[in-house]
Design a protein around this ligand. Structure first.
Ligand code: PEP
Length: 252
């Protein structure tokens, strides 16, 4: 089954409203002829309205980097999937390793946020990945398999189709060290096997599994050429229009 390539830019805690709007404007212009590839931008929360105003009818989607599992209430400082949807987001990252490592995100939290996003009409991208110690200990596949199963534990098959999974080895995020195409393909194949065991062939063959971890215009072609790598979640290289656009173009 053909899966449409998906390139996502995670701007992390970079760029305020004015500079985010400028980068989004440049991308709308540069990627007007991008062809058959889905593109989404995840700016800082404070910049979501500014980017939303620029993206207009460009077809480039808008996502939020982090949400809570609740719609509203006494949660000072939190982001709600419902309110992000109201602000024009159609997508959300969930369980990014920086959230798991620095903010204590748990597998249970990831599962609850996934359901809350789907309830609010946001398409979740669930991030999974092993640390270097886990890879060196030979348990990378077990860890990633466990994260995928835990994230999906509350989801019946009829809700899973809206998801994207991002495999991001923690040792490759922001380090300049990318998994080799063969290493990444092996783990993507494993993630798809886990999906197959949970939901069967149609869902396993239809869901997109993106790779993330120091993707650059140089490394993108070989990674995106792997049969089970359906796109990229890009951090550092998404902060410049030229490098992000080159990664989008590397997908075909
Ligand atoms: C990320 O933020 O998800 C990421 C992969 O970052 P980088 O591309 O900078 O490694």
């Amino acid at each position: 089954m053909a899966r449409r390539t998906f390139i996502a830019g995670n701007w992390k805690l970079n760029l305020g409203p004015a500079s985010s709007a400028r980068l989004a404007e440049e991308l709308v212009r540069t990627l007007a002829d991008r062809g058959e590839v889905d593109v989404a931008l995840y700016p800082t929360t404070i910049s979501i309205p500014a980017v939303q105003a620029v993206l207009g009818g460009s077809g480039i989607e808008l996502g939020v980097q982090e949400v809570e599992a609740f719609a509203s209430g006494a949660y000072t400082g939190a982001n709600s999937p419902v309110l992000c949807r109201e602000a024009g987001c159609t997508r959300a990252l969930i369980g990014h390793s920086e959230r798991r490592q620095r903010y204590g995100e748990t597998d249970a939290g990831v599962a609850a946020k996934t359901v809350a996003c789907l309830d609010a009409g946001l398409l979740p991208m669930i991030c999974v990945g092993e640390t270097l110690q886990e890879r060196d200990a030979g348990v990378a596949a077990d860890i990633v398999g466990h994260q995928v199963r835990a994230a999906l534990s509350a989801l019946p098959a009829d809700r899973v189709g809206a998801l994207t999974i991002a495999y991001e080895p923690v040792w490759a995020i922001g380090t300049g060290r990318t998994a080799s195409p063969a290493e990444a393909q092996e783990m993507h194949q494993h993630v798809r096997a886990v999906l197959r065991s949970l939901y069967g062939d149609v869902i396993a063959d239809g869901l997109r599994v993106l790779y993330g971890g120091s993707v650059t215009p140089e490394t993108a072609p070989a990674l995106l050429g792997q049969p089970d790598i359906d796109g990229a979640l890009v951090g550092g290289a998404s902060l410049k229009a030229a490098s992000f656009a080159a990664i989008v173009r590397a997908s075909h």
